[in-house]
Design a protein around this ligand. Structure first.
Ligand code: NI
Length: 166
């Protein structure tokens, strides 16, 4: 937080970026895993392009491991009017957590890591992570979304925060 690249609107990925995409995605995935995060947006590795990676937590309720998703030029549309309130962290705002309201159900679309167009619905943590990461592409950080700053603080000071670091 504080780096100007995090506040810029990231540029759409075009064919001109094809050559740098594989290295960018590899760097993002490595950075996410190193930091034990569950999502990352390209501006967080100082590349102002519309690319996110995240672990799809839809599988969390089964024993299947979360699957890694790459999304290029992602779009998010809310489904229904339900709002969910939960704790978030961010690798660009280390050590802190805050409670953020997000759409409970979304439809997201974009191009995946193999060049295929994807369109999926997500709820729960997956919906939250996608909204958090797409916000990064518009220069928005989760504290900007908070309405009660008393629900913002250092991890060790917060009783009921979850282990979550997108
Ligand atoms: Ni973040």
């Amino acid at each position: 937080m504080g780096h100007p690249v995090l506040r810029r609107r990231a540029a759409a990925v075009t064919a001109d970026h094809a050559a740098l995409l594989p290295d960018l995605v590899r760097d993002m995935v490595e950075t996410m895993y190193d930091a034990r995060g569950i999502g990352l947006a390209a501006p967080q590795v100082a590349e102002s392009l519309r690319v996110i990676v995240f672990l799809d937590m839809a599988c969390r309720e089964t024993d299947e491991p979360a699957t890694l998703q790459v999304l290029i030029n992602p779009e998010v549309v809310p489904v229904g009017a339900d709002i969910a309130l939960d704790w978030e962290g961010c690798l660009s705002i280390p050590g802190l957590r805050g409670e953020v309201a997000r759409h409970a159900r979304i439809r997201y679309s974009g191009i995946d890591g193999t060049g295929q167009r994807v369109e999926r619905e997500a709820t729960g943590l997956a919906a939250r992570v996608v909204q958090h990461e797409v916000d990064h592409l518009d220069g928005i950080l989760y504290p900007d979304r908070m309405t009660d700053m008393r629900r913002f603080g250092f991890v060790e000071e917060l009783d009921d925060s979850e282990d979550m670091d997108p």
